[in-house]
Design a protein around this ligand. Structure first.
Ligand SMILES: [Ca+2]
Length: 421
């Protein structure tokens, strides 16, 4: 701890006004760090003490008076820089006190916990069964309550309704398979996009180079994947709801009555009540597991829900991870001991870590690269597009068969990244 200016003043006054030099010597008999302005004064008075000068000379002698004055001046000289230092420390402490607290403190400060407790009282009734289930699975407390209290009064029916409609139509009204399927996503393979990716990789060369050295995934692959997933971070949310609200809503939509807004879009739904009864709880349970994982991520990595725009089924970040993948494959690329997939360094490190954990190695043959990319999103068109765009980023020409790019934008594809819903 830095010495306080008042300590120096006390030392000087005690040394100067004491009736006898021995009082000053006595002061110096305690550890110098507490009472002395600097080590020189401490050493000098210690020497006086050790050599019994105060016993040899009378306290009222001219030598004693000279010695007191000398010590006073010496201490004052030592005090001035210390005062300056104390002012600097005080200024720094004041600045720190006025600074906006980091997210970690918002989650940990007692005041914030008190606020969390109050917010817990405002959890809307519809979310209480979810809160109870989370608690039964060991996830409870003021932080969880505070996050649950951010959820609106009613769940959104959209994610479960959209998923059920997709499954329902595929089950009861399947479309004939089209011939001549496209090999690449529409609108991705172009020289303009390749140039954009190249520029992005150059502007963030430190991140991509570091990640390539660590994981062995070329920057061209990483930047192409980020472009396909989120247009390099330009398209982070498919829906207005944040990922937490999306997944929590899906987790509590377990019955046909929970998606009444979507039933008119499901022809003859009244004939298939058994199908709804069998299908919806499975999807809700999947969403519950993702909700659980997302809550743990938000608490562990201090990510507030408003910082989590998500895909239609709750994938988050520049690299679009489902929450359950964050704890397993998420990596800290910027060294702040957190995983924030909206941070480029963390997103690049995480996606490359994912690919490596699924078999990516330097020099991997093209067909095996394709296989690894399909673990990220189980669609051949996805892997085709990333590999072709990566080639173009490296300066190779557009594939000759890229003219028939008739598929929808990848952000509108029905099945999203890496994990079955
Ligand atoms: Ca980080």
């Amino acid at each position: 701890m830095a010495p306080k200016a008042t300590d120096h003043i006390h030392t000087v006054c005690a040394t100067f006004f004491c009736p006898q030099v021995q009082t000053g010597v006595t002061l110096l008999s305690v550890p110098p760090s507490r009472h002395c302005a600097n080590k020189q004064v401490a050493a000098l008075l210690s020497w006086i003490d050790n050599n019994m000068i105060s016993h040899i000379f009378s306290p009222t002698s001219a030598f004693a008076r000279w010695l007191r004055w000398s010590l006073c001046c010496f201490s004052l000289c030592a005090m001035l820089p210390a005062c300056s230092n104390a002012q600097q420390v005080s200024a720094q402490q004041s600045q720190a006190a006025n600074a906006v607290p980091p997210a970690a403190q918002l989650y940990n400060e007692p005041a914030a916990q008190d606020a969390s407790s109050k917010r817990a009282m405002k959890i809307h009734a519809v979310w209480l069964p979810l809160r109870q289930r989370l608690a039964a699975d060991g996830l409870a407390g003021p932080q969880v309550d505070a996050l649950l209290a951010t959820l609106p009064k009613s769940p959104t029916q959209s994610p479960m309704g959209r998923k059920i409609r997709e499954l329902y139509m595929r089950k009861f009204f399947p479309k004939p398979r089209s011939t001549g399927r496209a090999s690449y996503y529409k609108g991705v393979l172009s020289e303009t996009n390749a140039k954009t990716c190249r520029r992005f990789a150059t502007e963030n060369a430190a991140i991509f180079t570091w990640a390539e050295q660590k994981y062995g995934v070329p920057a061209s692959i990483a930047v192409a994947l980020l472009f396909v997933e989120t247009r390099l971070g330009a398209v982070l949310g498919d829906v207005p709801e944040n990922a937490f609200y999306t997944l929590a809503s899906m987790a509590i939509c377990r019955r046909k009555e929970d998606i009444v807004e979507w039933l008119p879009r499901l022809p003859k739904h009244e004939l298939h009540a058994d199908w709804f009864e069998a299908t919806m709880p499975k999807r809700a349970d999947w969403a519950y597991k993702e909700t659980y994982a997302l809550l743990k991520h938000m608490i562990h990595d201090q990510v507030p829900p408003e910082h989590l725009p998500g895909s239609i089924y709750g994938a988050v970040g520049l690299c679009q991870f489902m929450p359950s993948n964050i704890a397993v494959y998420g990596a800290d690329g910027n060294g702040d001991a957190r995983v924030d997939l909206f941070d480029l360094a963390d997103a690049v490190a995480s996606l490359e870590n994912y690919l490596v954990r699924h078999g990516w190695r330097p020099g991997l043959p093209r067909e095996k690269q394709h296989k690894v990319l399909m673990t990220y999103n189980h669609a051949a068109i996805y892997a085709n597009t990333i590999l072709a765009l990566a080639d173009m980023v490296e300066g190779k020409p557009m594939p000759s068969d890229a003219a028939d790019v008739t598929q929808a934008h990848p952000k509108k594809r029905k099945k999203h990244v890496r994990q079955q819903q």
